[in-house]
Write a protein that binds this ligand. Structure first.
Ligand SMILES: Nc1ncnc2c1ncn2[C@@H]1O[C@H](COP(=O)(O)OP(=O)(O)OP(=O)(O)O)[C@@H](O)[C@H]1O
Length: 243
């Protein structure tokens, strides 16, 4: 019990010997890793190295074939589907490359959807702060089709933050954005870690994006092969080239 408490205070997400196989393919091959609480970590690796599979297993969207995943000290393994879904909804935020906004809802309805799904309503002050932080205060009643790509991604980020999740998993959130808009989104992820102590896990191919993180974890063939602290884009690039 003491160990569990210690883990829960230092790690936001913990993986012990996590393996995920698809037939003969070992997409994850014995990953043991503690994602530090309140930190911003980037996950990089070549195509097919297991980044998406890692994200799906670490966030409870999918179950590993073997091994243990903990979120906030809670072992996801024994949880029934409904409890896992609730834990995801309450503790985890997701941002994907495809923004996945609901076309028929306006910005505010999209952002508050996770709260409504959980049976609660937005606190107006927090909603205003989140919408302000992502710079969409004057777009609250617009539909996604009336927004630029960058604005849509910022709405998706606000939707991920509205529940005040302990952990935000972002999968290539800047992949479809121009460099300047991408920087705005990355700055917001950085602020979520710095201002509200949220844990950020960013999957990316982009060394410039990874340089916003506190550390970069490199995956290759389903294994963690290196970790780089205080990354710069050039150090990330140099390490990347040896993978
Ligand atoms: N549903 C699935 N069925 C079968 N094989 C899968 C499935 N999902 C992933 N894989 C395989 O697992 C391995 C890891 O895939 P994954 O999508 O996690 O890699 P990735 O690093 O995210 O790649 P990319 O950068 O191209 O998105 C690959 O060999 C892939 O073909």
């Amino acid at each position: 019990m003491t160990t569990m408490t210690a883990q829960a205070t230092t790690e936001a997400v913990g993986l012990d010997a996590v393996t995920k196989t698809y037939g003969a393919v070992r997409a994850l091959d014995g990953i043991t890793w503690a994602v530090p609480r309140g930190g911003f970590t980037a996950v990089m690796g070549p195509s097919g190295s297991g980044k998406s599979t890692f994200l799906h297993c670490a966030s409870g969207l999918d179950r590993p074939t073997e091994g243990t995943v903990r979120v906030g000290g809670v072992d996801l393994g024994p949880l029934a589907e409904a409890k896992r879904t609730r834990l995801r909804r309450e503790r985890i935020g997701f941002v994907f490359q495809a923004f996945n906004l609901i076309p028929s809802m306006d910005v505010e309805q999209n952002i508050t959807l996770p709260l409504r799904l959980g049976g609660t309503e937005a606190d107006p002050a927090w909603l205003a702060e989140v919408i302000g932080r992502v710079g969409l205060a004057d777009r609250r009643t617009h539909r996604p089709s009336e927004l630029s790509g960058g604005q849509q991604q910022r709405a998706a980020l606000a939707r991920a933050l509205i529940t005040r999740p302990e952990v935000v998993f972002a999968d290539e959130p800047t992949g479809a954005l121009d460099p300047r808009t991408a920087r705005g989104v990355l700055r917001m992820l950085r602020e979520a870690a710095d201002l509200t102590g949220q844990t950020i896990v960013l999957v990316t191919h982009d060394p410039m994006a990874a340089a916003w993180a506190d550390s970069v974890v490199f995956l290759s063939r389903g294994r963690i092969v290196d970790e780089l602290a205080a990354p710069t884009a050039s150090a990330v690039m140099a390490r990347w080239e040896t993978l």
